[in-house]
Design a protein around this ligand. Structure first.
Ligand SMILES: [Zn+2]
Length: 418
């Protein structure tokens, strides 16, 4: 049977994606690639050679393997391409330029309330207060500045990634109605970014003077910020979580979001809204939540709720005192662990997780809190009778959240989706 040319092309692209996907998690040898991808050695040799010639892969340090032989490892050329990111957050709007590992090259931010026309409850004077379109206008200027300053060609970019609180309708690139984020209600953010005109170093005069339609459109992707943070953690850090396949990634930052990694893949649910751990109830007669439920985790375990409840100003001080053995502050950390564990035990029992990763505003000296949570989760979940459930603090500082906005568009590029 003759294979269609298009089938061969897509098979080749699938194999390239397989190889890139492995190497970006951790540098590996050609022999290791053959094992993990189940491709033939000759196919791997050929594709790797191509990827090296295209400057996507590089050969890196030779390691001595068990038998004393030198081994050449393959790694990603981090700045082979770059990505622009637009991070929409309740506090701050950020535009970022990153390499293929979501590492910041340049970043600029502006307070969200400046666009919403509110500053400490007062109307902003002398600043733009023109809503979501104003955000896009500002973001376009910021992105153009980065493109110009770095002399980027159109082909230097994988595209633009956008992160936003959910719920989102991913198929339409639409932000629906995130709680406490009215600026972007029912906003077609992907179409708006696709409509932005950018000028690149390799755009010729003719092109600059012609219609926008004549230029190749940039790839634009939108995703939930918890999903993007999880993707960055999963794909960019070859560390302790790399050995787990069933992970709940929890973000605590104003609200509480989560992303379920099911057998190494992101679990989306029926319509892409999966992972609202913050709106699972830990007390059916508890505090009312704006989602309509009672006793939602988010009403207990965010920094603001904790400050309101316990009356402390600085979480760092509470944690420092707890490490010094001050019983009152240890009790606060215990209570936080108690609330988080109540929700996490439910999640572990439902999905048979082998790891939980916690990211965000409670990750100051997180070992004490993580130990308390790990103990509870393993004492109280049925699953832990079959296997241990690990609880980790994320390796990322929550000040680097905006950089994760490029994780989705980079992931699509590594998977050779365009
Ligand atoms: Zn709720």
């Amino acid at each position: 049977m003759r294979m269609q040319a298009s089938n061969i092309k897509s098979l080749k692209s699938d194999n390239r994606a397989l190889i890139l996907d492995e190497i970006r998690k951790t540098p590996c040898s050609r022999a290791q690639l053959a094992e993990t991808t189940h491709l033939t050695r000759s196919a791997i040799t050929m594709i790797v050679q191509e990827l090296i010639e295209e400057d996507i892969l590089k050969e890196t340090q030779a390691l001595h393997s068990g038998r004393g032989r030198r081994q050449v490892l393959l790694d990603i050329v981090d700045d082979h391409k770059l990505a622009l990111g637009l991070s929409l957050h309740r506090q701050e709007i950020t535009v970022v330029l990153t390499d293929l590992r979501c590492r910041q090259i340049e970043k600029t931010s502006k307070l969200t309330r400046a666009f919403a026309g509110i500053s400490n409850g007062e109307a902003v004077v002398g600043d733009r207060a023109d809503g979501a379109d104003g955000v896009l206008e500002w973001a376009q200027d910021a992105m153009q500045g980065m493109i110009t300053r770095h002399g980027l060609k159109r082909s230097d970019l994988v595209g633009v990634g956008i992160s936003s609180p959910g719920p989102l309708r991913l198929s339409e690139g639409l932000i629906l109605e995130p709680i406490d984020f009215p600026l972007f209600h029912n906003y077609p953010v992907v179409a708006k970014v696709q409509d932005c005109h950018f000028m690149f170093a390799d755009d010729t005069e003719d092109l600059v003077n012609s219609d926008h339609d004549a230029r190749a459109a940039l790839n634009v992707s939108l995703d939930n910020n918890a999903v993007l943070l999880a993707m960055r953690e999963l794909y960019q850090v070859a560390g302790q979580i790399a050995r787990h396949r069933h992970i709940l990634f929890v973000t605590i930052s104003r609200g509480i979001g989560s992303c379920l990694i099911n057998n190494g893949q992101i679990y989306r649910g029926a319509a892409g809204y999966a992972g609202e751990l913050g709106h699972t109830s830990i007390n059916s007669t508890g505090r009312p939540c704006s989602c309509g439920n009672f006793g939602c985790l988010e009403r207990y375990a965010t920094l603001q709720e904790l400050k309101n409840f316990f009356g402390f100003d600085s979480y760092e001080v509470v944690v420092d005192l707890a490490y010094n053995g001050i019983s009152k502050t240890i009790a606060i950390i215990e209570q936080i662990a108690e609330w988080l564990s109540a929700a996490l035990v439910n999640a572990v029992n439902l999905f048979d997780l082998d790891a939980v990763v916690i990211y965000g505003e409670l990750n100051y000296r997180p070992q004490l809190l993580m130990d308390m949570i790990r103990k509870r989760v393993n004492q109280r979940s049925l699953i832990s009778r079959a296997h241990q459930v690990e609880v980790y603090a994320s390796g990322y500082d929550d000040k680097t959240a905006a950089e994760a906005s490029t994780a989705g568009i980079i992931d699509a590029w590594f998977k050779q989706k365009f």
